[in-house]
Write a protein that binds this ligand. Structure first.
Ligand code: NDP
Ligand code: 2IT
Length: 451
């Protein structure tokens, strides 16, 4: 059968929409990948015949479960938890857990789908998965968060394991939550094993894991800039978010001689024209992880900064932009604003922060644009190294892990240019990441036959 006899992109997407009604984020993520993969497969009948993309876009399984817990006022609360195990062709399912009221099955399916390509790009043996719950940690006491995490793990533990599925953190899940979940897993199974990554240093966590996503996103940006003979030094950067990824991205930009102008949370953004230096970043880290406060408090502490309630930072003029908060936080108009203000490069610390229309604006303007599945892969890559260290029962030092992270990000950049370089030298990093990520998973699936 010739390639032309197989379904085209439009028919494929119609099927995805029909099978996943109302799952807009999942459909968006599949569409973004499918447009490049259909072009790549145009002369590759074997992928069509084996229905590879159709199979990757159908999770291996979606586990959904009730999570009951008791709040501090003795009210019984009920949340919904999920684990989406998307694809384990090249390794155990691997991907974070998100606790946020906006979590739905669609959001977790998009994240698990993206994770499959991201993990493949790292070159490490990890499949793709994602989990979470529509639980809002904001305003909850440590005791409430602990009881929620324990209840969540009381179901999740049946579905995971160091060779099966290895969750980690994501929005709303940091060191505290990983600790509570690991403790409960250990209690239920009576096994100490590397079933979660992002663990504390005292109990098998890896050096550099907390920094890896944010630092990695800046290394990716640095690689893109270097490819054009440019650098981070002397450039201004606008960053969204103020969590793990945003604060570490800000730290690395600052270390490399750039100037960070903004940070944000779901309430609004702060603009500090003097630059958010290391001392200020440390203050924000403390605010967010210890005090659990709001970014608006920054302006009371640091004079000269302004707070913009209910706004996102993309209208602030900058050379570089790093969306590090959440999906679809940068739309077409905001992308146009960045371009017209002279932004040269965008590196996504978050997953799918730019809408499809926004991505088109960056591509049409031919500015550097590193999609999340490539740019933020440093986090899961060091998670992969945490798994290796746990298997070896040894901990590597910070210097070694730092070097490995820079090498991994360079390798991902190289893979993207291999498949994404266009006539005239412009690199379409979306295409490069999609094709390189797809090819490894697809070839493994071909080797397995119909399973
Ligand atoms: P954190 O929970 O540490 O921080 C999340 C930040 O984003 C907070 O500032 C939060 O503000 C803000 N935010 C969350 N949801 C929204 C929203 N709906 N609108 C506006 N702001 C929002 O999470 P991370 O830093 O770990 O994750 C940030 C992004 O990076 C996510 O897209 C995640 O998937 C991605 N990522 C994370 C990795 C990791 O290793 N942690 C790895 C790869 C990608 P508020 O406090 O108001 O909620
Ligand atoms: O989106 C992501 O890559 C993560 N949240 C990190 C996943 C991981 O397993 O470290």
């Amino acid at each position: 059968m010739a390639v032309s006899d197989h379904v085209d992109l439009a028919t494929f997407m119609e099927g995805v929409k029909k099978r996943n009604p109302g799952q807009t984020e999942f459909i968006q993520a599949v569409h973004e990948v499918a447009q490049d993969i259909f072009e790549f497969m145009s002369d590759k009948v074997e992928y069509h015949e084996a229905q590879i993309l159709r199979r990757i876009a159908e999770p291996d399984r979606v586990v959904s479960f009730r999570v009951c817990w008791e709040d501090d006022n003795h009210n019984i609360r009920v949340q919904r938890g999920w684990r989406v195990q998307n694809n384990n062709a090249i390794g155990p399912y691997k991907g974070g857990i998100r606790f946020h009221p906006s979590v739905t099955e669609s959001v977790l399916k998009f994240l698990a789908f993206e994770q499959t390509f991201k993990n493949s790009l790292t070159g490490l043996p990890m499949g793709g998965g994602k989990g979470g719950a529509n639980f809002n940690p904001r305003g909850k006491s440590d005791g409430e968060v602990m009881r929620f995490c324990q209840s969540f793990m009381s179901e999740l533990y049946r579905h995971i394991g160091p060779n099966t599925d290895v969750p980690a953190g994501d929005i709303g899940v940091g060191g505290r939550e990983i600790g509570y979940m690991f403790g409960q897993y250990k209690r239920l199974t009576n096994r100490w094993e590397g079933v979660l990554t992002g663990k504390g240093q005292e109990y098998g966590g890896s050096q550099m894991r907390p920094e890896a996503t944010g630092y990695g996103a800046v290394y990716f940006l640095q690689n893109m800039l270097k490819h054009q003979g440019n650098d981070v030094e002397g450039h201004s950067a606008v960053i969204s978010g103020s969590g793990n990824v945003a604060t570490h991205a800000a730290e690395k930009i600052t270390q490399l001689g750039g100037k960070v102008l903004t940070l944000s949370d779901s309430g609004g953004f702060i603009h500090d024209p003097d630059g958010i230096d290391q001392e200020k970043i440390d203050w924000v880290k403390h605010l967010k992880t210890v005090e659990r406060g709001r970014i608006s408090e920054y302006v009371d502490e640091f004079k000269g900064a302004t707070y913009h309630e209910g706004k996102r930072p993309w209208d602030v003029a900058c050379d570089l932009a790093l969306p590090c908060a959440t999906q679809n936080e940068l739309n077409e108009d905001e992308a146009k604003s960045l371009v017209s203000n002279g932004c040269k490069g965008v590196s996504e610390g978050a997953n799918m922060p730019t809408t499809l229309e926004g991505v088109k604006v960056f591509h049409d303007a031919k500015i550097l644009y590193g999609p999340g599945k490539a740019a933020n892969a440093g986090g899961v890559a060091v998670s992969g190294l945490e798994m290796s260290q746990n298997s070896e029962r040894i901990s590597w030092n910070q210097e070694r892990l730092g070097d490995m992270l820079t090498d991994l990000m360079e390798g991902i950049h190289e893979k993207c240019t291999e498949y994404g370089e266009q006539d005239g030298g412009y690199v379409d990093y979306v295409k490069g990441a999609n094709i390189a990520g797809f090819k490894k998973v697809a070839d493994a699936m071909l080797a397995f036959g119909v399973v």
